[in-house]
Design a protein around this ligand. Structure first.
Ligand code: FAD
Ligand code: SF4
Length: 401
């Protein structure tokens, strides 16, 4: 009999017990396993260590003299891409699901950690280790709720799997990288998506009810580059609500405290990141962080149409103006919001500049939030690249440095 690793003697927390990160917990799933043994080092909200983990994973950390590295993280290539034959029902064109399927079919990995939903509730996440293309496809589309993806980690050691792909968002991937060497794998591949403004299941309900005309028929939604939320309904219709018309006063507390304190929007520690915000509308945005990521992308090359990334406009004024609006919880009347949406769409930031706009707005908001609610965490929790991003703006008096 092989001897137990010390972590295997640790015990997962019960679902109802308070997590070590307290209200900042993003329910990443680590504490649902015996890997809770490492929580003090591994948790993204207790021990932010992006720089160190970047060095271990990519061979270098962000170059702080290069503002593009502040924003997009370590990368060796970036592009806009879309599948020539999109997967129906995927969040965008299904590049994430396609890469996972090819990795499994080619034998590069034996399993894929991804998140399906429960039968009863399309927004209730159910993490799994998929071993067939069908199981990967059943995980397509975003679950716009905190998802305990790492809760399946114990099953890896038990299954004897040696080559694994994990799909996940930044906080999950930070904790995963911190315990990577303890998982007993020969090779771990990480496919990340950007992530922002997530909510717990109750918060999602509140968001849908205050924002959509028909909350019960929403199939999925996305905050888009045209400055509107697009809700897709069961009947295929698309409802658009401008950001500026969001009832921010009612929605102020809707986002999870973890997401209000997060500075890893672009998933710094994944090998390959697939999002949309640096690409033209209808296209996906791909960031290759290292050679492993390139190897993963190469598998689906012949299924993709690509074009170089571009950047247009100047975000700075719009970001600066959005800061007091968040601060006071202002909502514009709907007609004014629509008008502003149109103006911003015409003259506003496009491509990578839109991505910078979104990163700036969220990092300034989150910095204010953290300074107000957890000032003792500010210094160690906010990475240096994020401090530089926030430092470009004037914050409200009460939160000035
Ligand atoms: P699909 O082929 O549909 O696959 C989606 C994959 O995501 C599945 O494999 C599933 O396992 C995984 N997944 C679904 N929900 C979760 C979850 N809650 N936690 C972890 N993994 C999950 N991109 C941007 O550029 N800007 C953003 O602001 C942005 N915000 C996002 C917010 C959230 C909450 C999430 C989950 C994603 C966000 N993304 C964002 C990523 C983007 O929406 C798409 O997920 C990405 O472009 C992949 O699209 P696809 O069609 O290739 O994915
Ligand atoms: Fe545990 Fe993850 Fe919550 Fe941190 S975020 S306390 S690691 S479940």
């Amino acid at each position: 009999m092989t001897s137990l690793h010390s972590h295997q003697k640790a015990k997962a927390l019960k679902p109802s017990s308070r997590r070590p990160a307290k209200e900042l917990c993003s329910e990443c799933g680590l504490c649902d396993t015996y890997y809770i043994h490492y929580v003090k080092e591994a948790c993204a909200f207790i021990n932010q260590q992006i720089t160190e983990l970047e060095e271990e994973t990519h061979g270098r950390s962000r170059d702080l003299d290069n503002p593009d590295d502040w924003y997009f993280g370590v990368n060796q290539d970036m592009m806009a891409a879309r599948k020539t034959e999109p997967i129906e029902g995927a969040q965008w064109t299904g590049i994430v699901s396609s890469i996972a399927i090819e990795m499994l079919n080619s034998g590069m990995v034996e399993g894929v950690v991804c998140v399906q939903n429960t039968k009863e509730d399309r927004f209730q996440p159910m993490p799994v280790i998929a071993r067939t293309p069908e199981e990967i496809l059943a995980a397509k589309v975003n679950k716009p709720t905190l998802s305990p993806n790492l809760s399946v980690l114990e099953q890896i050691e038990q299954s004897g799997m040696k080559r694994l792909l994990v799909i996940g968002v930044g906080c999950q991937i930070q904790a995963l990288r911190a315990v990577e060497k303890k998982l007993g794998l020969e090779k771990l591949y990480v496919l990340g998506t950007p992530c922002v403004d997530n909510v717990n299941r109750a918060g999602l309900q509140k968001f849908l009810e205050t924002t959509s005309r028909s909350p019960e028929t929403v199939v999925h939604y996305e905050f888009m580059q045209d400055f509107r939320v697009h809700f897709k309904h069961e009947d295929g219709s698309v409802e658009m609500v401008p950001f500026f018309g969001l009832k921010t006063n009612q929605l102020k507390d809707v986002f999870a405290p973890s997401c209000m304190s997060c500075f890893d929007y672009v998933n710094s520690l994944a090998d390959l990141v697939v999002g949309y915000m640096g690409a033209p509308f209808g296209w996906q945005w791909i960031v290759v962080r290292n050679d492993t990521g390139q190897e993963m992308l190469d598998l689906v090359k012949d299924q993709l149409e690509t074009q170089p990334v571009t950047s247009k406009g100047d975000r700075k004024e719009a970001v600066q103006q959005s800061i007091p609006a968040y601060d006071k919880g202002v909502t514009l009347p709907m007609w004014a919001a629509k008008l502003m949406g149109v103006v911003i769409e015409r003259i506003g930031p496009k491509g990578l500049e839109y991505a910078r706009f979104s990163i700036d707005s969220h990092f300034t908001r989150n910095y204010i939030y953290l300074k107000r609610n957890h000032p003792e965490k500010l210094d160690a929790h906010v990475p240096e690249y994020a401090k530089r991003i926030v430092g470009q703006y004037k914050l409200p008096e009460s939160t000035e440095n």
